[in-house]
Write a protein that binds this ligand. Structure first.
Ligand SMILES: C[S@@+](CC[C@H](N)C(=O)[O-])C[C@H]1O[C@@H](n2cnc3c(N)ncnc32)[C@H](O)[C@@H]1O
Length: 280
């Protein structure tokens, strides 16, 4: 794959304007869990891969100091636009930062760090995945929690099929502009060795005066089986303190989404494993 293409992937360079339409039907449950953790952990909060501020803005509105980091200038521009219309008190609590979640440094440490809505899966190279976890660990305050969620891959023929045809995900008329927007997606391929799904997302936009535009981006997302992400987190020095099959805290089951709440391991994980082995 061309190096420039890799650099553009997963950053919504052409489609950031439509991201909030994708998430408009999302239930409030992920925000509810973050609010609950915020209550326990206190602030400041660091949201990595914050996008357009779907989570960061309401957290800042409810009183938290939030550092919101994203690598996409297009997504952050939208967050900043929304921030500009917030009351001054909220604005000064919300700090947008252009940065890479695989390599970041803050002078402060955070009692709560999160990567909501599958953002972690945008990292596809092992070196960068491990680097992200290393930087999270270094940025957590003592007793700090790190939360991330992932989708579970559908195993079986759906995944082994290399590509799928373009299909319509939704059609929506944007009330502010009168634009008729049709979102489609297609899987361009699956790299089963590196566990990466390649997808193209397209928004066809028709304005009220009949002009048409096509906006498209490529996304490459690393997928994990439950044991893989658990092993990764533990070998990076984290201890899993809760795992759920969704933000409503349903139990983790095969095929469900995965939500992990972790903290820096109190003892080396190898020791913990040995101890449980000894007690059997
Ligand atoms: C699915 S969106 C999630 C946005 C937001 N957290 C939410 O819950 O709505 C994923 C975000 O990850 C960002 N992203 C992708 N790779 C990144 C990286 N290496 N560092 C920081 N952000 C990244 C994208 O720009 C995008 O805003």
């Amino acid at each position: 794959m061309h190096i420039m293409q890799c650099a553009m992937e997963n950053l919504f360079a052409h489609t950031a304007d439509y991201y909030d339409l994708d998430t408009r039907f999302m239930p409030g449950t992920d925000l509810d869990l973050y609010r609950e953790l915020l209550e326990i952990q206190g602030t400041p909060v660091l949201e990595l891969a914050c996008g357009t501020g779907r989570i960061s803005i309401p957290l800042a509105e409810s009183g938290a100091s939030v550092w919101a980091l994203d690598r996409s200038p297009a997504m952050l521009a939208i967050l900043k636009r929304k921030r500009a219309s917030l009351p001054w008190k909220v604005r000064r609590r919300l700090h947008p930062v252009v940065g890479d979640m695989a390599s970041f440094r803050f002078l402060r440490r955070f009692p709560l760090i999160m990567i909501p809505f599958r953002g972690f899966q945008a990292l596809t190279e092992q070196r960068r995945i491990e680097s992200c976890l290393h930087h999270v660990k270094r940025s957590l305050a003592p007793g700090g929690l790190f939360v991330l969620d992932l989708f579970a891959p559908r195993v079986g023929p759906a995944l082994t099929e290399c590509a799928t045809d373009e299909h319509i995900d939704w059609v929506y008329e944007r009330p502010e502009t009168g634009e008729l927007i049709t979102r489609t997606s297609r899987r361009r391929g699956v790299d089963t060795a590196r566990r990466i799904l390649h997808t193209e997302v397209v928004y066809y936009v028709e304005t009220p005066d009949g002009k048409r535009a096509r906006r498209a981006d490529d996304f490459s997302l690393r997928y994990y089986q439950r044991w893989e992400i658990e092993t990764l987190l533990c070998s990076a020095g984290f201890e899993i303190i809760a795992e759920y099959g969704g933000y409503d805290k349903r139990p983790l089951q095969a095929g469900s989404d995965m939500v992990f709440v972790v903290r820096v391991a109190q003892k080396p994980n190898t020791l913990r494993i040995m101890e449980s082995w000894r007690s059997e």
